[in-house]
Design a binder for this molecule. Sequence first.
Ligand SMILES: Cc1cc2nc3c(=O)[nH]c(=O)nc-3n(C[C@H](O)[C@H](O)[C@H](O)COP(=O)(O)OP(=O)(O)OC[C@H]3O[C@@H](n4cnc5c(N)ncnc54)[C@H](O)[C@@H]3O)c2cc1C
Length: 453
Amino acid sequence: MRTQFTGQLLSPGDAGYDDVRKVWNGMHDRRPALIARCLTAEDVSAAVRYAGTAGLPVTVRGGGHNVAGTAVADGALMIDLSLMRAVSVDLAAEVAEAEGGCLLADVDAATTPHGLACPAGVVSHTGLAGLALGGGYGWLARKWGLTCDHILAAEVVLADGSIVQATPDEHADLLWGLRGGGGNFGIVTRFRLRLRQVGSVHHQVGVYPLDEAARALAEYRVFAENQHPDMHAVGCMKIAGRQDWIPRSLWGQPALFLTAVWLGAPEQGPEAATGLFGKAVPAGSLSRQLTYAELQALGDHGEPHGNRYFTKSCYLGDISPEAAAAFLTSARDVRSPLSSIDFEYLRGEITGVPDAESAFPRRDAPYIYTASAQWTDPAQDAENIAWTRRSVEQLEPWHYGGAYVNYVQDEPAAKVREVYREDRYRNLMALKSQYDPANVLRSNQNIVPARAE
Ligand SMILES: Cc1cc2nc3c(=O)[nH]c(=O)nc-3n(C[C@H](O)[C@H](O)[C@H](O)COP(=O)(O)OP(=O)(O)OC[C@H]3O[C@@H](n4cnc5c(N)ncnc54)[C@H](O)[C@@H]3O)c2cc1C
């Protein structure tokens, strides 16, 4: 391998090994046998082939953000793509080529100066590959669809080391699987992404004490379910910080935050948001124009690398008053001042993309709800993990079924089957048998090859 490989190989004890093996979630302190820091698709191919001959399990690291820490495993060969972050933009075609180790910020940095963006997630240090392959919710999803809906083509290293192009004409079945099937079918070394035109946005946040939050949640439900495609309204419950616009009485208290982002002409934003904030008048509010790049970086400081994280997520069919009451119970019960509960109404163009065009399941899910525990002291693991579990379990009467695959963490293998539903899962198993029959790529939310079942 050393003769073919142009990148960097790191073994335990080498300088840099301990930095590179780290992933975002500090819960996963694992020690790979070898880290292959790849520079090219050929490097990735050499690494996969070597793992096969050496009998090493393989993990793939894009941005290292998966909460389950699937990018790293004890004793495995970690294929690290973090040196492959180049992006080029074809302005006329409104298309970007992004390497498989890009963070969302890398793509935004190349596209947003031209008024273009690929719809993606809301924290810009997240990896493009893991996010896009599993779906990709974000501010633009209701208007334009998911990140996976914007994968036009991909260069992929398969589990046997061969390098193929997945396009609508070549390996079209593979392209279908990459749009939502996760990292199961190959290692993507380059994405070809469709871009959308973006400009400044209107961004408005209101904060509510939990005692007044039930009414605000009821107004959110009405507003969100009827919102214009240019509007994306989300909610969050967390401990209020000490910002000037937040009343002092709420500082340090659990509170509800509702946010409306208007993607149309920014000057129309305040009027468009009155349907929410005019009816659920907040205790404090912030209203401003942001560039799209600023919007994308807003969430970057709240979830830093290295803290301990545990996430549970579910789709909800509704936020009835009873469901809203359960939200508030969780918010009051929170165990760490760093934790948060996020929820949002989805639909819009997410459902506009025909179901058959991608592996991504449950496009019609109305709401997503995610309890994210964040803390620093390992002694507090148990109570924080228990809080997230309780938070999602108590919403069971409103569960829509399935879950967002990128937030599946320590659930039993059957959960992945439930995520995709039986018919789609069977198609994915057949695809897996074709592209990775030995399940080399199994450190992920795993789809089992049909013959291995
Ligand atoms: C702070 C934070 C914010 C988030 N916000 C959002 C959000 O707004 N919207 C949203 O939809 N999701 C969001 N997520 C979830 C995110 O989509 C997943 O965590 C995703 O797995 C991250 O991708 P990554 O490349 O960083 O992951 P990694 O941990 O590097 O990889 C996870 C898995 O993805 C696969 N993989 C990674 N790179 C490749 C590749 N190049 N080729 C093939 N397989 C690969 C592998 O199976 C790997 O095990 C967020 C996560 C975090 C931690």
